[in-house]
Each structure stands twice: as structure tokens, then as C-alpha cells.
Design a protein around this ligand. Structure first.
Ligand code: COA
Length: 332
């Protein structure tokens, strides 16, 4: 059975930059509070209404294909991870397929929030290793800015998120020393309401009411302290599990590319693993939390700035809504 190689990476963020000071003009917050608690300085938002997650994904996929030296038309499957799909249905993968002008290839949407990239990586790895597909575009893309509560009530969540997209192109390799080595993913639904959007909801008749809008049920709600506590426990646990299964330890890792939820979370995870600061990728400062896009976006940047390259052993870790979490290990 061949292994699954990361053939190329690409990312795209919209051009509109929103600083912490910009947010402080909308609700009661400060650059100091946001930076101190999260590490975030700014984020990117879509420039205008009408730009969906699938639109942001188009240039990200093209960049990944270009880096891989693969024609976009060779993509034979899409996995689209997002919690902010263009529409309730159909999936954003179908829109992306159409916008890229691809043939009638498979387009799978997955809804695993901040862990979406790792869930997608596990699926793509299985597809490629079994010979089902040869060029899988694994996309993470989010447009958060159209769904945040920019008032004092929603400020704990609104400061965290940014828009963006990234893609990892995956395909088979016979190279001994290359490829996805392991991915583990988990979920614990006991934490489902700790970070969620309640409406619109198919469990309610009707799915959306004026009362729900007035009660702001269509905005994300989060128990930040719970998320923080779980993330700093589960991310080290999952990463040590995948390393252990490969007979490796944190000292063998060239680069940790964690989900970018909060700089403090990632610093604590790195500390628990005993990883020095120069082996951890942080870009939350400039993008905020781009959820399913954050790991591939950080990887794409690391590859472009030379921090990761052929032969690098890269460790991935994520935690998010669901709760869901996971870790992955790949040799580039
Ligand atoms: C969200 C988070 C930064 C909040 O930090 P915290 O230290 O837990 O802060 P608290 O929620 O205790 O709030 C402290 C105070 O700041 C206030 N506050 C909340 N958001 C604020 C903001 N944007 N600006 C200024 N003050 C804010 C609170 O109202 C509270 O005020 P009070 O003490 O008068 O009640 C932190 O909990 C966190 O990062 N959690 C993880 C979130 C995450 O990663 N989510 C994505 C998961 S994928």
C-alpha cells in the first residue's frame, strides 16, 4: 500500500484587515485585552457581502496545485472542512468543484469545526492509501465575519475569529521517508453546548423565529474557560499518542503546527510537550482563529518561509467545538 504524501500547500485570506483597535470602535474592548488573552493583533474579513467559504478556497486550491506541480484538473476528490459553509446545503465542496471547473468528481463536506482539517486528513489518507483517489484537495475554509455578534454581549467570541482558506493537496507516494504517518481524532459530545450556534435548528419548528433572532441564538456562544481547559489537556494527550504509536517522542519533531485558537493555549501545549518556541508555528497574531483553515494555513506559511520542507517531521494538533480534537504526524 502506498503512503499519502502532502504534495502541495496553499492559502488565501481576503484583503480587508481588521485590527483590535477597529473592533474597539464597535464594542467595549481593547488591543491590550485581546493581545494579552489571545495573542491576536488583527484578522482578515471578507471585503463585501457575497463572498463565501468556497470563494476563499478557490485561490488556496490553485496555490496548492501550483506548489505541487499538479494541474487543478487532476484533482479527483474534494474534502471541504468548514463550520461556516456558503449555504445550509448543498455543501461548499460542490460550489468549489463548480468554481474550479472540475468534472463530476466527489465533493465531501465535513463539519468538525476546529478539528476539521485532522478529520479530513484521516479520511484523505485512507482514500489515497486504498487507491480510491490520487489527487485529493483537502480544504479548510471559513467566513466567520458575517456571523459574529459585534456588541458587548458577543465580544468574548467576536475578537477571536478571522476569515481565510487553505488547502493541502494529497496523493500517493512510494518514497520510504515521506507521507502521513498517523492521525488520531476524537469527540466528546458532552461538551457540545460549550461552543456552538443554536439556530437555525432543524429541531425547532420553525427553524428560525424572530424570538431566536432577538435572543441572538444565531451567534456563536462559548464557555471560554472550559474550552481552554479541555484544549490544554487534549492536545498534548493526542499528540503524545500519535508520537508514541510511531515510537517517537517530542524531541523527534521538527515543527508543531497547532490549530490557532489562542496563543496561550499553544504555548501551554508546547510547554507540556517540552518543545522549544522555535519549533512551534504561531500565526494567530495576524489571522485570528480561522478554524478549519488554521492548520493548513499555518503549514502553508511554514513551507513558504522555509520553516518546513522536504524531510521535516511535522506534528499537527487541534481542539474545538463538539468537543472534537485530534493530532497527526507527517513527514513532508
Ligand atoms: C475567550 C478567552 C480569551 C477569555 O479569557 P478569560 O481569561 O477566560 O476571560 P473571562 O471570560 O474570564 O473574562 C474576563 C473578563 O473580561 C471580559 N471580556 C470578555 N471578552 C472581552 C473582550 N473582548 N474585551 C474586553 N473584555 C472582555 C469579561 O466580560 C470578563 O469581565 P468581568 O471579569 O468583569 O466579568 C479565553 O477563555 C479563551 O481563549 N478560551 C479559549 C477559547 C477558544 O480557544 N475558542 C476557540 C476554540 S477552537
Amino acid at each position: 500500500m502506498p503512503k499519502t504524501a502532502i504534495l502541495g500547500t496553499g492559502h488565501y485570506v481576503p484583503s480587508k484587515v481588521v485590527t483590535n483597535d477597529d473592533l474597539a470602535e464597535m464594542f467595549t474592548t481593547s488591543d491590550e485585552w485581546i493581545q494579552q488573552r489571545t495573542g491576536i493583533k488583527k484578522r482578515h474579513f471578507i471585503e463585501e457581502s457575497g463572498i463565501g467559504a468556497s470563494d476563499l478556497a478557490v485561490p488556496a486550491v490553485k496555490a496548492a496545485c501550483e506548489q505541487a506541480g499538479v494541474d487543478v484538473q487532476e484533482i479527483d476528490a474534494i474534502i471541504f472542512a468548514t463550520l461556516s459553509p456558503d449555504y445550509f446545503f448543498p455543501g461548499s465542496g460542490c460550489f468549489l468543484q463548480r468554481k474550479l471547473g472540475l468534472g463530476q468528481i466527489a465533493a465531501l463536506d465535513i463539519r468538525n469545526q476546529c478539528s476539521g482539517f485532522l478529520y479530513g486528513l484521516q479520511i484523505a489518507d485512507a482514500w489515497v492509501r486504498t487507491g480510491m483517489y490520487r489527487r485529493v484537495a483537502l480544504v479548510g475554509a471559513e467566513v466567520h465575519s458575517t456571523g459574529l455578534d459585534f456588541s458587548d454581549e458577543g465580544r468574548d467570541v467576536a475578537v477571536l475569529f478571522g476569515d481565510g482558506a487553505a488547502c493541502v493537496l494529497l496523493g500517493p507516494t512510494d518514497e520510504e521517508d515521506r507521507g502521513v504517518l498517523d492521525v488520531t481524532v476524537h469527540a466528546d459530545g458532552s461538551g457540545a453546548e460549550e461552543l456552538w450556534i443554536e439556530a437555525p435548528s432543524s429541531a425547532h419548528v420553525p427553524r428560525m423565529t424572530q424570538q431566536m433572532l432577538d435572543d441572538k441564538k444565531h451567534y456563536p456562544k462559548m464557555n471560554g474557560k472550559q474550552v481552554f481547559r479541555w484544549a490544554t489537556e487534549k492536545m498534548p494527550e493526542a499528540t503524545l499518542a500519535v508520537l508514541g504509536r510511531q515510537g517517537l517522542g517530542p524531541q523527534d519533531v521538527d515543527l508543531l503546527v497547532p490549530h490557532q485558537a489562542n496563543r496561550r493555549i499553544n504555548e501551554m501545549v508546547a510547554k507540556k510537550l517540552g518543545l522549544p518556541a522555535d519549533k512551534v508555528v504561531h500565526n494567530i497574531e495576524v489571522y485570528g482563529n480561522t478554524t478549519a483553515a488554521s492548520i493548513p494555513l499555518a503549514l502553508s506559511e511554514a513551507v513558504r518561509d522555509g520553516r518546513a520542507g522536504p524531510g521535516s517531521l511535522v506534528l499537527f494538533a487541534a481542539f474545538g467545538s463538539g468537543f472534537t480534537w485530534g493530532a497527526g504526524l507527517a513527514r513532508l
